[in-house]
Ligand binder design. Sequence first.
Ligand SMILES: *Cc1c(COP(=O)(O)O)cnc(C)c1O
Length: 428
Amino acid sequence: MQEVQTKRPFITLEQARALREQFPTPFHLYDEAGIRRKAQLVNRAFAWNKGFKEYFAVKATPNPYLLKILQEEGCGVDCSSYTELLLSEACGFSGADIMFSSNATPVKDMRKAYALGAYINLDDLTHVDFLKDVAGIPATVCCRYNPGGVFDLGNGIMDNPGDAKYGMSEDQMAEAYTRLMALGAKEFGIHAFLASNTVTDDYYPTLAGILFRLAVRLHERTGAKIRFINLSGGVGIAYRPDQRENDILAIGEGVRRQFEGILVPADMGDVAIFTELGRFMLAPHGCLVATAIHEKHIYKEYIGLDACAANLMRPAMYGAYHHITVLGKEDAPHDHKYDITGGLCENNDKFAVDRMLPKIEMGDILVIHDAGAHGFSMGYNYNGKLRSAEVLLKADGTAQLIRRAETPADYFATFDFTPFYKGKLDER
Ligand SMILES: *Cc1c(COP(=O)(O)O)cnc(C)c1O
């Protein structure tokens, strides 16, 4: 069976060969032009809303060079930890450029978010007094909503909020707003993340309808002034070549219709719409570049790469599909069935199972697509594997190293070896 090859990598074999001379594989590669186009498209989709802002979910791709590109395109950042806040601060984000959407929040993290003037998104009712006690109550505070039950888009159940650890019930939201107002808060945000990697233009508009109606009810019930509604992340991408891509312009238009139908008649047409997209912004604009270093024929055909699940864990962790292109063989017949593996001592370290690909020779360069978000950032050091470099393919066609590869010294940096060396050092 021959797979229809509709996904094309953003580099050619010639480009990859030149890059491999400079940066040994494996490395993550990002496409500046694609990232800028995507940010501009998202801003265009929501241009009808005066206060619109995309807060890129830093956890998806925490690299300052990429955050800077998004900042230049008008994006803010969504952080959930102390180090993500530090990284964003170093890039020059502050105040209303930062959403802080955390849960089980440590004191240190909450204080840092407060000090930066970030929009703080409270995950729980008890966090109202926690915020007051450890930092203070800002003029604008956001609360995270969880409607419970199952989230059904009409064409199937998308996710199960009743099982999710995040957010508060509607009654708790009302109680939080009332208490926050008594403590001096003036304006409020609403946030919810109900489904992940949705491949439908209906997710955001449906979510918007739920949150806009909630905003009207909360305003009527508590008198709270709603300043923004954050639709958070969850707009997905077409990982598979046969999937249809989300149309962000249609999505923005769907949200606008809900806005006109629900908020405007309630005299709440000044509410700003925020998003916290991670995957949709960057996943297609990054890939993992690896070299085939081993082939093995036993009961199945295996190709071993110099990359492994430590560089991209989604296939191992979720069985997630990532498309693979053998560079230079884009149009060759896909008549070989392979398992494409990494070298971890874990049998789930497979980028693909029973994948139809062209015949692979040792030294071939493979591109693993859609690794630009939740790729490098989920990496780990199991088996002593070192994290790879990250390289930016700039809009002018040149390449820039935006994070060097780890060395053994990085891996050992958190040990103090001096007790073991002591005798030897004394001898010297
Ligand atoms: C992970 C996360 C996002 C981004 O999710 P994507 O699926 O990458 O769009 C946004 N907001 C919050 C609070 C998150 O935890």
